[in-house]
Design a protein around this ligand. Structure first.
Ligand SMILES: Cc1cc2nc3c(=O)[nH]c(=O)nc-3n(C[C@H](O)[C@H](O)[C@H](O)COP(=O)(O)OP(=O)(O)OC[C@H]3O[C@@H](n4cnc5c(N)ncnc54)[C@H](O)[C@@H]3O)c2cc1C
Length: 405
């Protein structure tokens, strides 16, 4: 029977950005017939409950791997245009810079500080403006403490860098896929059954009832991010925890994503400590900031069991507060943690494509660029599933079979 006449049963495991964009592109492919084919998106806990809902959301033409970055960057633009992404998921072009600072602002002192008792550095005085210009800081980046600036270097312009709100983007992709006929099921995959080297079915436990079900599948797409190994043990995907916060600044601030290096005075000792939080201004009157990763607590069984260390979140708040009054005197609106999916034994990632098991595809291990690379991953996986080969990019270097999968 010709492939196009065959009824297809496709199961995607994992509703983060990779699974959701895959569901989107599968369901928007011309070969999908919702009367005869089924596409199921199986999510253990909540769509975008992991890193895909808690990431920064920076998109950059200089991200990696370069075999999919330009495609994905363009698809983000197209999706935003087609579905009103500017309003729906905060898509916009941004400036990006590397900012080196001394953390000079003292901490907010109790609730009264926000009401005017903290000492203003008056950064819009002529002296402050002079300091900012001398360090090469752009004119509209006026929400950092001028006296603390060491240097500023441009890393991206609105022509090469953009951003989305990852939670809103991922949930919108899942919703748009659902509107095209994808069935979203809440349950945790426990087994992918194979027969004669080909996938046959997926067994899962329903989220609410724990009841076990098995669904026939001719194609299974594994997109479970850092949990990929728990479903397919030999997949070389590891997990790294990272904390982040969101802050409502005291006033609307300009569209910059900043990679920082901040020298903080350490107690009474003369030695300083250097910290490197990333700070992303977002269009919804929100600023996102994240710190470095840690391996103190291993990956829990589901996204809702991720432990958030309040001290690590407070450290991020203190670090960004030391360079910006607008952030220091703002309101912290979220303190959160999640796990980044890395590829073991290799600097880069991700692994995208067919495996040696017929009908088993994967898209996992997107490291710190999964938001940027989600759309291209979904697009190429949809081409593989419907057409049997990838048309939009050369993804040979990401082939899971190179890793013995
Ligand atoms: C602090 C931080 C900042 C980041 N900032 C950026 C950024 O600015 N730009 C960028 O491009 N990337 C960024 N990233 C990276 C990005 O967040 C990840 O690469 C991306 O979210 C990974 O998506 P995913 O869908 O593979 O995994 P996840 O988002 O982890 O999704 C996996 C899903 O699978 C589900 N699942 C797990 N097990 C099962 C099972 N057995 N059955 C069914 N479902 C299951 C989980 O519940 C989860 O919803 C950042 C990451 C971190 C940690």
């Amino acid at each position: 029977m010709a492939a196009e006449q065959r009824k297809r049963n496709i199961v995607i495991i994992g509703g983060g950005i990779i699974g959701s964009t895959t569901a989107y592109f599968l369901s928007h492919h011309e070969k999908f017939n919702r009367e005869t084919d089924t596409i199921m998106l199986l999510e253990a806990t909540k769509i975008a409950g992991g890193a895909s809902g808690k990431a920064g959301g920076l998109l950059a033409l200089w991200a990696y791997p370069n075999c999919i970055v330009p495609l994905s960057y363009k698809l983000h633009q197209d999706l935003a245009e087609k579905h009103g992404g500017a309003d729906r998921w905060g898509y916009r072009a941004v400036h990006v810079g590397q900012l080196d600072m001394y953390g000079i602002l003292s901490k907010k002192k109790g609730p009264s500080a926000a009401n005017g008792e903290s000492v203003s550095l008056q950064k819009r005085t002529q002296k402050a403006i002079g300091l900012l210009r001398a360090a090469g800081v752009p004119e509209d980046l006026d929400w950092i403490a001028a006296e603390g600036v060491q240097s500023y270097e441009e890393m991206g312009t609105p022509a090469t860098t953009a951003q989305v709100h990852p939670y809103h983007f991922t949930t919108s992709m899942a919703q748009l896929a659902k509107e095209k006929g994808v069935k979203i099921v809440y349950g945790s995959a426990t087994n992918i059954k194979q027969d004669a080297g080909a996938v046959k079915s997926v067994t899962y436990k329903a989220k609410d009832t724990d009841e076990e079900s098995t669904i026939y599948a001719d194609t299974v797409i594994l997109t479970a991010g850092p949990w990929t190994k728990t479903i397919w043990e030999k997949a070389p995907i590891s997990a790294l925890r990272a904390h982040s916060v969101t802050i409502r600044p005291t006033r609307p601030i300009s569209a910059y994503a900043l990679f920082t290096s901040i020298d903080l005075p350490r107690g009474n000792s003369r030695k300083s400590q250097t910290v490197t939080p990333e700070i992303y201004a977002r269009p919804n009157d929100e600023v996102y900031a994240c710190g470095e990763g840690d391996q103190l607590i291993s990956l829990p069984t589901s996204t809702d069991l991720v432990q958030c260390d309040e001290t690590r979140c407070q450290n991020i708040v203190d670090q960004v507060s030391s360079i910006s009054e607008e952030l220091r005197d703002g309101e912290v609106t979220a303190r959160q943690a999640c796990y980044l999916p890395n590829v073991e034994g290799r600097g880069g990632g991700p692994l995208i494509g067919e495996t040696s098991v017929k009908g088993l595809l994967m898209g996992a291990g997107h490291t710190c660029w999964g938001i940027q690379n989600g759309p291209a991953t979904g697009k190429v996986l949809s081409e593989l599933a419907w057409e049997g080969s990838v048309k939009s990019a050369q993804i040979g270097s990401l082939d899971p079979r190179k890793f013995g999968l």
